[in-house]
Design a protein around this ligand. Structure first.
Ligand code: NDP
Length: 341
């Protein structure tokens, strides 16, 4: 079967393409810039012509994917902006929402062979940064309405991370609303993959440190000591990039995943824990890592916890990496690339 993967040159998407190819699928990968993305052709040449690069220069245009969806059985929509530097909420919200709606429209119009759409959403469409100091437990029934409201009220002043959260929440909602509006009339169904913070080595060239994606940059900045004490005590959930990519493939062929949102996470972490790993593993050779304040995290007033077994129950996905392994892989990846620090 053939899969259309959007934003194929991105950090996660390159892994998603590789996992589909390994599983025997053919892949048409859309990118905005063919020159920048030419590395994909050589990287995937070993799959004997099963990878094809396809340019869609503006995903927000009506009909942007009309030709790209022809003849594919599966669409994995991964492309969406993720960084901490937007100057206006629309910089995120328009490509996230319109990009999603335009691909769904193209599928409905021209993708008569499409049976399933896998949407890369995020755990930030589920988790919200609530205001009181009680620990909260989240699952796939939750929605991050708080981010959407904050951005509606405050615009960019809500902060870039909240704007990103709103863009992902609105895009995933738009997709489910679309499916509900055309109920009974679509030849395809939808699965949303909701990954936590994605960490682990990259397949993309990223020649300088400024070329790596936002989540890997978090790991790098932690390692080189760029995070404040408060940031080191930031808690969250993370997932390994290979596990996340594998989730997309399994969500493609697992019939009963249709109609589900599925949280993907490898575990809970504090950025401080990354320091803990490198301090305990001197053979990694990371210089000048401070000890930080490992005890401070024990006194934190609230935690966000997740109760989710769908990844395992529906997709048969088990944790494939400990934080320690991921940090070690990341350090080796950054070192091999010659990044400073
Ligand atoms: P990257 O920045 O590495 O990749 C983003 C991809 O989306 C690139 O192909 C990029 O194309 C494309 N893209 C960005 N903005 C636009 C736009 N305005 N129009 C068209 N294409 C665009 O990010 P990740 O790999 O980290 O993220 C991939 C997906 O995973 C996103 O949907 C993100 O929300 C989601 N996600 C990421 C997490 C993480 O921790 N990294 C966690 C949970 C979900 P170009 O190179 O041309 O800019």
């Amino acid at each position: 079967a053939k899969v259309l993967v959007t934003g194929a040159n991105g950090y996660l998407a390159a892994w998603v393409v590789q996992k589909y190819l390994e599983a025997g699928y053919s892949v048409r990968g859309t990118v905005r810039n063919a020159t920048k993305s030419a590395f994909l052709n050589s990287m995937f040449a070993k799959y004997g012509g099963r990878f094809e690069l396809y340019v869609v220069d503006d995903i927000t245009k009506d009909g942007a994917f009309d030709e790209a969806v022809e003849g594919v059985e599966v669409v994995a929509h991964v492309a969406s902006p993720f960084h901490f530097g937007p100057s206006d909420p629309d910089e995120f919200i328009i490509p996230a929402v319109q990009g999603t709606l335009s691909i769904l429209d193209s599928v409905s119009k021209n993708g008569s062979s499409v049976k399933r759409v896998v949407l890369t959403s995020s755990i930030v469409s589920i988790w919200e940064d609530w205001n009181d100091s009680k620990t909260r437990v989240f699952d796939e029934s939750n929605w991050n309405d708080l981010a959407v409201e904050s951005v509606k009220k405050q615009g960019m002043a809500a902060g870039p991370f909240v704007v990103y959260q709103a863009s992902k929440t609105l895009a995933e909602r738009a997709a489910w609303d679309y499916v509900a509006a055309y109920k009974g009339k679509l030849s395809w169904d939808l699965v949303a993959i909701n990954p936590a913070y994605i960490f682990g080595p990259s397949l993309t060239p990223a020649p300088t440190i400024d070329d790596i994606n936002t989540s890997q940059r978090q790991v790098y900045d932690t390692l080189i000591g760029k995070k404040s004490s408060a940031e080191l005590q930031w808690w969250g959930s993370w997932c390994h990039v290979a596990l996340t990519a594998e989730a997309h493939v399994r969500a493609t062929y697992t019939g009963r995943a249709g109609g589900e949102r599925i949280i993907i996470r490898s575990g809970h972490f504090f950025f401080q824990d990354i320091w803990g790993v490198v301090n305990a593993a001197s053979e990694l050779g990371v210089p000048n890592v401070a000890r930080g304040e490992p005890d401070a995290i024990k006194d934190l007033p609230k935690l966000s916890l997740f109760k989710s077994t769908k990844a395992e129950d529906l997709l048969g996905l088990k944790q494939i990496s400990e934080l320690k392994d991921m940090v070690e892989e990341s350090v080796k990846d950054f070192t091999a690339r010659g990044y400073p620090g």
